[in-house]
Write a new protein. Structure first.
Length: 277
């Protein structure tokens, strides 16, 4: 009987010993594997460019190993965005009395600055307000995703050379470039929230557009597209540089390449003009 108890105890101990050795071996194997951003060939160009920008290998590893970074295969599809439905149909709330009233209220609250920007850039203030209304409803809807995770997931799950890969690589590098501003502007490029397409702030700029067109509108020495004045002037700058003076529709289309979007901006802007009389 004593021998039987001893045998059962040994079997139990053996079982847990085997479990322990299995997991120890598994973890040992993992420790010898390179992290995905080192092993994946689609990251070679990204790492090369980051090194050229002055990032050390230690800094690069720190970026991609941040605990907030996750790979989400579902974001690959979501990041493609959707076709903009008609914004002026009877089913759209854009042209409702309440929606136009909120636009008019925003215009009144920021009239002095909007008129200053209109004079400086030659871009219609009502169009700027229309874009802010359509993009984020004046900051009400800013997105629920980490921008970094969107671009990084597309890079990871897409073969290099394809358009979507090149797009995501460009935006991912642009987002990381913004970290070089973070000491001065406190830009949390790893934790910044965005739309499912990676667009940031009230104006919904992609990181590459942020670098190219974003402006310090309120003169505080920082560019923050989550602030109203910075967003207003950045939109004006984007539209001006996109050829607003020659062809306003083409400039709006460059902001968001969709005919319904262009139509929505123009019609809402006209409604604001009529309400402002």
């Amino acid at each position: 009987m004593k021998h039987l108890k001893s045998s059962k105890l040994w079997d139990c101990q053996s079982f847990w010993l085997i479990i322990f050795l299995f997991w120890a071996g598994f973890l040992l194997i993992l420790s010898f594997q390179e992290p995905y951003w080192r092993a994946g060939k689609q990251y070679a160009d990204i790492i090369k460019e980051l090194r050229e920008l002055g990032f050390s290998d230690k800094q690069i590893d720190s970026i991609f190993s941040d605990p907030r970074i996750r790979l989400h295969p579902d974001l690959v599809q979501k990041s493609k965005g959707v076709n903009v439905p008609s914004l002026i149909s009877s089913n759209s709330r854009l042209l409702s009395q309440e929606s136009v009233a909120r636009g008019k209220k925003f215009l009144e609250e920021n009239r002095e600055f909007l008129e200053k920007i209109e004079s400086k850039y030659g871009v219609e203030k009502e169009a700027i307000v229309a874009i802010l209304r359509i993009e984020t409803d004046f900051g009400k809807y800013l997105g629920e995703y980490y921008a970094f995770n969107i671009f990084n997931s597309v890079v990871f799950y897409t073969d290099s050379g394809f358009y979507r890969y090149e797009w995501a690589k460009k935006e991912l590098i642009s987002l990381i470039k913004l970290s070089q501003l973070s000491q001065r502007e406190k830009f949390d490029y790893l934790g910044i929230r965005s739309s499912s397409a990676g667009a940031i702030g009230l104006a919904q700029f992609l990181p590459s557009s942020y670098l190219q067109f974003a402006v310090d509108g309120n003169g505080d020495g920082k560019i923050n597209l989550f602030e109203v004045e910075d967003s207003i002037e950045s939109i004006a700058n984007y539209l001006k540089e996109s050829g607003w003076q020659k062809n306003r529709n083409k400039a709006i289309w460059r902001y968001n390449p969709d005919e319904h979007y262009v139509e929505g901006v123009n019609v809402y802007a006209q409604k604001l003009k009529e309400a402002d009389k």
